[in-house]
Design a protein around this ligand. Structure first.
Ligand code: ARG
Ligand code: ZN
Length: 470
């Protein structure tokens, strides 16, 4: 029965109904199934309804020689409604056991949905702990745009990346950016391998069978697509920024020499970002440089971006670090809001250039508008495609207009309101939504309110308008 229907009934009828409910359930609160998806405009089945996760404890064990992953996920969540059952997203793998608050729970699987039926219904507001044991050889997904995501096994190691929906290939969860949680990820690997994940390395312990167990702690809220786990024979270096953010770089040995120059600038980039955007939102930072050929894009995985080989272009490092503010701390409410990630990270590249003797943001903007490909690529095709806030489908959320035309929207705001108000707005946006979620509508309302300018024409023409402005 749907409790939301109750207020519409007269009081005596409510009392009678409640009496009946109590009679047939022996006094326990009756729940209903949680939704199997959050109806994201592009990934309707991503995430699940009826609860919010507070914490993931993932205990992973991976052997690169056979590619088998053993996992145990302990998911602490709060019920947002009475729940008779709820779903987790999981793709592939074999589920061995499921329990809720220590009691075995029934479960079944259809597609990427793992449905869990606790022995007792969960009450609205109740905090509950779901434990899932699973194993198998994870299978990466091919994205709508043809790229690979999820658990990707390489020649001598593996990487887990999740944007947008790949995390379900390596752990069960509420895989939608609107549900952020803290994480403890431990990874046990054969001796001689390193294992890297989000946040801070708490311990590195030799365990039985010649194996090493790495315990990583990520205390700040994180969207599950930003979780990562990396295994391989990496070369590790550590450091600290002048502001006290600890740095951890894990670099594939064959990429080490070529990575040195751009990774050495991370500290300076984080200090610069803190001045431009406000304090760096996390306690740790760093990089994972994968062996070339493992992955064909970089990803801003929280506190530890992964690079698909040596990031010889420092702009790429700057881009991924800027995502820590825009995307990771302020996360999109749905996958349609992707320009808030990519437009900001691209604009950050322009600002960095401007502040370091390169082309100004205005020069980047002009080049894209006129199609001068000496400064920026792909201008004409961007204009032929779609506006940044309206990618036609899931295959387009990481396409060039989301980045370039997204950055142009920000520059248009700056032109309208001037530098002082613009940078105050950007810092305010990062501060007000720190460790939260925001939508495009949240942004347009915020920008207008904070700057005191009517920006409707900017939105109509640059954010939602299909054609190249005159
Ligand atoms: N968000 C990543 C970045 O801009 C790019 C991810 C590309 N993913 C993809 N499926 N094409 O750094
Ligand atoms: Zn990006």
């Amino acid at each position: 029965m749907d409790h939301r229907a109750l207020p519409r009934l007269a009081a005596p009828a409510v009392a009678a109904l409640l009496a009946v409910t109590t009679a047939c359930t022996g006094g326990t609160v009756q729940g209903r199934p949680g939704a199997s998806g959050l109806r994201d405009p592009y990934f309707p089945k991503a995430g699940n309804g009826g609860y919010q996760v507070e914490h993931y404890a993932l205990d992973l064990d991976y052997d690169p020689t056979d590619g088998v992953l053993h996992g145990r996920a302990v998911i602490t969540a709060r019920a947002e409604q009475g729940l008779s059952s709820f779903n987790l997203d999981l793709s592939g793998l074999r589920v061995e056991d499921v329990s809720v608050d220590g009691e075995g729970a029934r479960f079944n699987r259809t597609g990427n949905e793992l449905t869990v039926r606790p022995s007792d219904d969960l009450k609205k507001g109740q905090v509950f702990r779901t434990e899932v044991g699973y194993s198998g050889r994870p299978k990466a997904l091919t994205d709508a745009d043809g790229s690979k995501e999820g658990w990707i096994a390489g020649e001598d190691g593996a990487v887990g990346v999740g944007e947008p929906v790949g995390s379900m290939t390596w752990f069960p969860g509420n895989h939608h950016p609107s549900d952020k949680a803290s994480y403890d990820i431990t990874i046990t690997v054969p001796h001689g391998y390193e294992a890297v994940s989000n946040g801070e390395l708490k311990s590195r312990t030799e365990v039985t069978g010649g194996r090493t167990r790495f315990a990583w702690h990520n205390p700040e809220p994180m969207a599950s697509y930003l979780a990562t786990a990396v295994v391989g024979p990496y070369k590790v270096t550590t450091g600290r920024t002048p502001s006290g953010v600890s740095l951890y770089n894990a670099v594939s040995p064959q990429e080490a020499a070529a990575s040195e120059r751009s990774l050495a600038r991370q500290s300076e980039m984080l200090e610069w970002g803190s001045r431009r955007f406000g304090p760096y939102p996390f306690g740790t930072a760093g990089a994972v440089v994968l062996p070339a050929g493992t992955l064909d894009y970089a990803l801003e995985t929280q506190t530890k971006p992964v690079y698909p080989g040596a990031p010889e272009d420092e702009a790429l490092v700057l881009h991924e670090l800027s995502h820590q503010w825009f995307g990771n701390s302020v996360s999109p409410k749905t996958w349609k809001d992707m320009w808030l990630n990519e437009g900001f990270a691209t604009y950050a590249e322009w600002l960095w250039d401007e502040d370091h003797g390169g082309p100004t943001a205005q020069a980047h903007f002009d080049a894209l508008l006129t199609g001068d490909t000496d400064v920026d690529e792909a201008a004409d095709s961007d204009w032929a495609a779609f506006p940044p806030a309206d990618p036609p489908g899931p295959q387009d959320i990481s396409a060039s207009p989301v980045y370039q035309r997204g950055a142009m929207v920000l520059h248009r705001i700056r032109q309208e309101v001037g530098d002082e108000k613009f940078f105050a707005m950007v810092r305010g946006w990062a501060a007000d939504h720190r460790h939260g979620n925001a939508s495009t509508a949240d942004f347009t309302a915020y920008a207008q309110e904070k700057t005191g300018h009517d920006l409707k024409k900017v939105w109509d023409v640059w954010l939602y308008g299909k054609d190249r402005p005159k």
